[in-house]
Design a protein around this ligand. Structure first.
Ligand code: NAD
Length: 495
């Protein structure tokens, strides 16, 4: 007799409790390494959403959270950061089984996520208003920053712990209550994270973590009249729906969206360093990154050299199990991505592109795709336009600096960008002209809680991380005090 392995189940976290959704519906989570179900999780519907929001709203109006001093909110965030660090390996293991991302990456990233909570913990008691030098002698006028209200934080599957931190940490520092909507793909680590919220000592209901599909969960959440802010990370098509949804509640909205980021390699670059940069930008996280540098723009004179060195390195890239510490490229999260890549590559080759290496699904039970280089003869090749979320880089060549900048800016997106050059003046000149929210010079994919992150155009308009992100979670109140002994004068004349 075979003993059936018990499949773990992850519940919704509402009002400090782990509960099943009102409909008691579960969704299966597929391990992308095996293509088989490894866990189940509860799905929330509008009843669950409404409950989470009404508890969050109440917690902002009266009780422990409403009365909590900012310095105490900071202390709770520091405690939460310590707990995340302590549980980073375990959370990483869950995320790896759920999303297929490499364990070395998920465990390390989760550990670093703790620093985002620490950064905003330190800001909690530094959110200041101002006394205004008002132009009326009998008035004392000051501003105070109030928490904006109940936040809906919507995250995609590709880095749920991290993308939650960039929203939840400033929201809690500012005193907001937050409903986190985990993606219905790979939400298990985030649902588990509820335990740490509870253990850190946040009052029940201040943070709820739910998941479910768009119709039953995400739409009721983002259209609800008691949501004051929507912090969204995901694709541009979903973002359009978010904007429409926010017309129902006038919630202030931030959008962090996709990308098709350029990396320019000039003829004076350190070529080995640049090759490492384009590998990091395209094959790191199996290419499943919003800042993937998937449009590589290389000076004509060094193109063959770049390709030759790239091929040499790619021959040593190990594609395999995400739990093996020797693996460089793991599986993609869903089969849908593989189908999108296959179709886009088919179109690209019919347009005249040449696949230099890769280009095929790996024959295994999981969702593996080979690291791929597409050599593009012109700018209209499909792989230069479609965000594929996989290990596929497309290469174009240029002759002049001006042409490189034009090629880099020929995109509806504008999230990341990279420039490899040893010429300092050129580095400054080019980074100034690139239309993207982030520019890495002789580097790629570096992030920090201290550095703002966000895009232009179809990549959205939010800036997460950094000091100013706290302003997304507060609103200003202006208080006017009449300091004269005079009563109100003529009520029909504005003072
Ligand atoms: P997605 O847009 O399909 O889903 C994101 C979230 O939106 C999910 O939680 C989903 O349930 C929810 N959603 C779906 N329909 C909705 C609706 N009508 N109303 C409200 N919410 C809805 O994105 P995905 O496929 O999970 O993630 C990949 C995308 O995320 C890529 O485009 C990637 O570039 C982007 N991304 C951006 C960043 C960034 O910081 N800019 C970071 C990571 C990922």
């Amino acid at each position: 007799m075979t003993i059936k392995e018990k499949i773990p189940h992850y519940s919704l976290f509402i009002n400090g409790e782990f509960i099943e959704g009102e409909k008691k519906e579960s969704i299966e989570s597929i391990n992308p390494h095996t293509g088989k179900v490894w866990a189940t999780f509860s799905a929330a519907n509008d009843v669950d959403v409404n409950r989470a929001i009404s508890i969050a709203k109440r917690s902002m109006e009266k009780g422990k959270w409403a009365d909590m001093l900012p310095s105490m909110r900071g202390k709770l965030l520091f405690t939460l950061a310590d707990l995340i660090e302590k549980h980073a390996s375990f959370l990483g293991e869950i995320e790896t089984k759920d999303s297929g991302k490499l364990l070395v990456e998920t465990a390390t990233q989760t550990k670093y996520v703790a620093d985002y909570y620490r950064y905003y913990a330190g800001l909690a008691d530094k959110i200041e208003g101002a006394t205004l030098p008002i132009d009326k002698p009998d008035m004392h006028v000051f501003t105070t920053c109030e928490p904006i209200g109940v936040v809906a934080a919507i995250v995609p599957w590709n880095a749920q712990m991290f993308l939650t931190a960039t929203k939840l940490a400033p929201a809690l520092a500012a005193g907001c209550a937050t409903i986190i909507k985990a993606s219905e793909i790979a939400p298990c680590a985030l649902l588990y994270f509820g335990r740490l919220i509870k253990e850190a000592g946040f009052p029940d209901g201040v943070v709820s973590i739910i998941t479910g599909d768009a119709k039953n969960c995400a739409v009721p959440l983002t259209t609800h009249p008691d949501i004051d802010r929507i912090a969204f990370t995901g694709g541009p098509e979903t973002a359009k729906q978010i904007i429409i949804n926010s017309a129902e509640n006038f919630a202030v909205t931030t959008l962090e969206l996709g990308g098709k980021s350029p990396i320019i390699i000039f003829e004076d670059a350190d070529i080995d360093s640049a090759v490492n940069g384009i590998i990091a930008g395209n094959f790191g996280a199996s290419g499943q990154s919003c800042v993937a540098g998937s449009r590589v723009i290389v000076h004509e004179s060094i193109k063959n050299d770049v390709i030759a060195r790239l091929i040499k390195k790619v021959n040593h890239i190990r594609v395999g199990s995400p739990t093996d510490p020797e693996t460089h490229v793991g599986p993609l999260c869903t089969e849908k991505q593989i189908i999108l890549i296959e179709n886009t590559l088919k179109k690209a080759t019919s347009q005249g592109a040449k696949i230099q290496f890769g280009g095929k699904r790996k024959q295994s039970e999981g969702y593996y795709f080979e690291p791929t280089l597409v050599d593009c003869p012109n700018e209209s090749i499909a792989t230069l336009e479609v965000e594929m979320f996989g290990p596929v880089m497309s290469m174009l060549s240029f002759e002049s600096e001006e042409e490189a900048i034009d090629l880099a800016n020929n995109s509806s997106y504008g999230l990341g960008s990279g420039v490899f050059t040893t010429n300092l003046a050129r580095a400054h000149r080019v980074s100034k002209k690139i239309k993207a929210g982030i520019c890495w010079i002789n580097s790629y994919r570096a992030i920090s809680p201290i550095a703002p992150f966000g895009g232009y155009n179809r990549s959205g308009y939010a800036r997460e991380a950094g000091i100013q992100a706290i302003n997304d979670y507060v609103r200003t109140k202006t208080t006017w005090i009449n300091i004269s002994d005079e009563p109100m004068a003529n009520p029909f004349v504005m003072r």
